[in-house]
Structure formats: structure tokens, C-alpha cells
Design a protein around this ligand. Structure first.
Ligand SMILES: *Cc1c(COP(=O)(O)O)cnc(C)c1O
Length: 406
């Protein structure tokens, strides 16, 4: 039998990625709560009844499986590898975020919680959480930087429409990183009836593992779908990386297939060599923030630097610990795409394929445009479209200098 001490050490190890990324760097008050979350997740994730409950919502509410679409026009135009798009933009609420939120809300329900709290940046994760709270009849409170509530009034209203209460966060620079801190604080002060629905593959263990588990439906499906269409594995999987949830979900089922190249695309903003960037893996350094050890954009004193990207969803100063490890081990490669390149891809995929994709996803598309022509016609790329781009049309028009009345 293991001594309590050994068990504790094992538990610490399970939240680790690579040499020492991940972990649990949180106030003592949250330890007991994280242990409960870890236990319910481990007990339920392979439980047939829980899996059926999850699958029912994924199929009948979220519209899964999402299509694996052969992008014939792009393939022919680029003249190299065959391109398939994994269409997370077709999910209910228009992005991959719903996969994770459904899973975590079910965990919350099984823990007997009645209230969901979450951080949000541009509002995408807040809207997804408010959606599920409405569906399940739970209370919902969303923490959002004051700057972001001013910039994203429509999403604030959307969350309120869904019955959520939105708290503008006025600490720090009043953006996403401050909203995460505020949500962690709220959870520490009221955990009896409350579950923190983490929005990306970040935060203290077990959240990165939980988010990966619920997003891995993306790669489980794409693997099967490609098998039935082409009878083989892809040569490359490409996905954009903010905190890293759609990317880790897109990679998950291929990590143990060494022939499949995994590419995460970060937002380079105005360029990775400028101060206006969010390319955390390329530019960041090891630090501890938001309960985890990972790579962060920070100054020499460990103060988190402001980050920038045209896409609000990629505008996070850190990255999930498993991505930091995959980069360190060389299992996945991470590249930067600038605002200009992403906007060009936004227009390109709209004209070629008739798909208005999220500006976040267009970072991945822009990389596919670069790499596909260098690959041969018998190779295959699977690119994840993490979300739809209706939300971006007005701001891209403005970026292009087009005057439209909203
Ligand atoms: C939130 C979001 C992202 C970035 O988040 P990840 O956790 O890195 O996936 C990417 N695309 C869309 C459409 C989003 O809403």
C-alpha cells in the first residue's frame, strides 16, 4: 500500500507535463476543491453512464460530430497537399468551446454544484458557459475585464440574455488575465455551491487535463472520418493556439502517431519581434501564473506583459502547460502568423470555400496556405476551423478601411 505521502507525490506528478510544466500553484483554500474536481473527473471520465450522458448532449445539443470537409478549391488553388477542414464552426454557439463547457458543467452537476462561474476575454467562453447554465438550470456569473465589457457590449448582452450575471473586473489592466484572477478569487471565497468552468487548457491541475479530455473529441472524430474517406492518417494537423484548447483537442488522438506532424499556430500580431504580439511559445519564458507553471509573456521581474493580437481569442499572455512541454520535446511545432496574414486568410477562405471563419482559426488557415504548396499531392493536412467568423466581420471591415454601419 502507498503511504499518504507517496500518494500525494504521485498526484503532484499527474499534473505535470514534460520536465516540470503544469502543477498546482494555488492558495491552500482551493486545494480541497481541486481534489474534489480531480476525483469526480477520474471517477467519471470512463464511466459508461457519464459517457452516454455527455454524448447525448454533444450529439443532440451541440450538433456533433462536426464535419470533416474536403476543401477542394483550396487544395487545387494551392497545388500541394490535400486539405481537410475540421468544422468546429458548425457547432452550436459557433465554436469548439461548447465541447469543453458541456463536459465541465456535467462534472459540476455530479459534484452537486448549482452555480457556474467563468472568466471570459472577448466573451466567447462566457457565452458558451451561460448557454449551458441556461440549459441545465444553473446559476451563472461571468467575470470579464472592464476594458473587454466596453469593447464587447454585444456579447455582454448575449450573456445577460441567457440569464447570466456579468461582473466587470476593474483590477490590473482590466483584461482577460485579470478576469481569470478574479474568478479564482471568487471560487476560493465561495466553493460550496460553485464550479469554476475553465475556458482553455490552462490553470492548475487537473484543468489542463480536463479540458484536453473534453476537446479530444475533435481528434477522435477527425481520425475516424479521415480513415473512412482516405483510409489513412493525415501527414499534418494544424490548429490555432490561444490558451491551447482547440489545438490540444485537435492533436490529442495523434500525439502517439509519430508520422503525424502537429503544428500549433500562435498570433504574432504585428510581428514576433515587436512588442505587439501574443506568440507566447516563441517569445515567452518560464513562469508561474494562473495556478500553473508554463511559458508566459513577462518582464524580467515576472510581471505579466500586455499581449496583442487582432483576434481577441488568441490574446492570452500564457499557454497551456502541455503545449509548453510538446514544444520543449519537439513533438509539436509552433509558428507565428501576423494580423495581416490572418486577415488575408479570412478573405481567402471566404472566397475559395464560401466559409467565413473566425479570425482565430484564420491564423491556422494562413499557415496552411504557406505549407500546403510545399507538400506533395499525396499528402494530407487536417486544419481545425475553431469557430465561425460572423463575430469578426465588422472589425475586419474596419481593419481594411471599409466604412460599414453597424
Ligand atoms: C477562444 C477561441 C480560440 C482560442 O482558444 P484555445 O483555447 O486556444 O482554443 C480559438 N478560436 C476560437 C473561435 C475561439 O473562440
Amino acid at each position: 500500500m502507498k503511504t499518504l505521502n507517496e500518494a500525494k507525490q504521485n498526484e503532484k506528478q499527474t499534473g505535470r507535463y514534460g520536465k516540470d510544466f503544469g502543477g498546482q500553484y494555488i492558495p491552500e483554500t482551493l486545494m480541497t476543491e481541486l481534489e474534489k474536481v480531480t476525483k469526480v473527473f477520474n471517477d467519471l471520465k470512463d464511466d459508461p453512464k457519464f459517457k452516454a450522458e455527455l454524448n447525448d448532449l454533444l450529439v443532440n445539443y451541440a450538433n456533433r460530430p462536426s464535419l470533416l470537409y474536403y476543401a477542394k478549391n483550396m487544395t487545387e488553388d494551392l497545388g500541394g497537399a490535400k486539405i481537410y477542414l475540421k468544422r468546429e464552426d458548425l457547432n452550436h454557439t459557433g465554436a469548439h468551446k461548447i465541447n469543453n463547457v458541456i463536459g465541465q458543467a456535467l462534472l459540476a452537476k455530479h459534484l452537486g454544484k448549482k452555480r457556474l462561474i467563468a472568466e471570459t476575454g472577448a466573451g466567447q467562453h462566457g457565452v458558451a458557459t451561460a448557454t449551458i447554465a441556461a440549459l441545465m438550470g444553473m446559476e451563472c456569473e461571468i467575470f470579464m475585464g472592464k476594458e473587454d465589457t466596453d469593447r464587447q457590449k454585444l456579447n455582454v448582452y448575449r450573456m445577460e440574455l441567457l440569464g447570466a450575471k456579468v461582473h466587470p473586473v476593474t483590477s490590473g489592466s482590466m483584461v482577460l488575465k485579470d478576469a481569470v484572477n478574479a474568478t479564482l478569487q471568487e471560487w476560493a471565497s465561495r466553493s460550496e455551491d460553485t464550479f469554476y468552468v475553465m475556458g482553455s487548457a490552462v490553470g492548475p491541475a487537473p484543468f489542463p487535463a480536463i479540458v484536453k479530455h473534453f476537446q479530444s473529441v475533435i481528434s477522435k472524430e477527425s481520425k475516424q472520418q479521415l480513415q473512412s474517406k482516405e483510409g489513412r492518417l493525415p501527414d499534418m494537423v494544424v490548429a490555432c493556439v490561444g490558451g491551447g484548447s482547440n489545438a490540444i483537442g485537435s492533436f490529442a488522438d495523434y500525439i502517439d502517431d509519430p508520422s503525424v506532424k502537429l503544428v500549433g499556430v500562435e498570433a504574432a500580431g504585428k510581428g514576433v519581434d515587436t512588442d505587439r504580439t501574443a506568440a507566447t511559445i516563441e517569445r515567452g519564458t518560464v513562469g508561474i501564473f494562473h495556478g500553473m507553471k508554463s511559458l508566459f509573456m513577462q518582464n524580467d521581474d515576472g510581471q505579466i506583459d500586455p499581449v496583442y493580437s487582432i483576434s481577441a481569442g488568441l490574446d492570452y499572455p500564457g499557454v497551456g502547460p502541455e503545449h509548453a512541454a510538446l514544444a520543449q520535446e519537439g513533438r509539436a511545432q509552433y509558428v507565428g502568423i501576423t494580423d495581416d496574414e490572418a486577415v488575408q486568410a479570412f478573405e481567402y477562405i471566404a472566397r475559395e470555400e464560401g466559409i467565413v471563419a473566425a479570425i482565430e482559426s484564420c491564423h491556422a488557415v494562413a499557415y496552411v496556405e504557406k505549407i500546403a504548396p510545399k507538400m506533395s499531392k499525396d499528402q494530407i493536412i487536417v486544419c481545425t476551423l475553431s469557430g465561425r467568423g460572423d463575430k469578426d466581420v465588422a472589425s475586419i471591415a474596419k481593419y481594411k478601411g471599409v466604412d460599414i454601419d453597424e
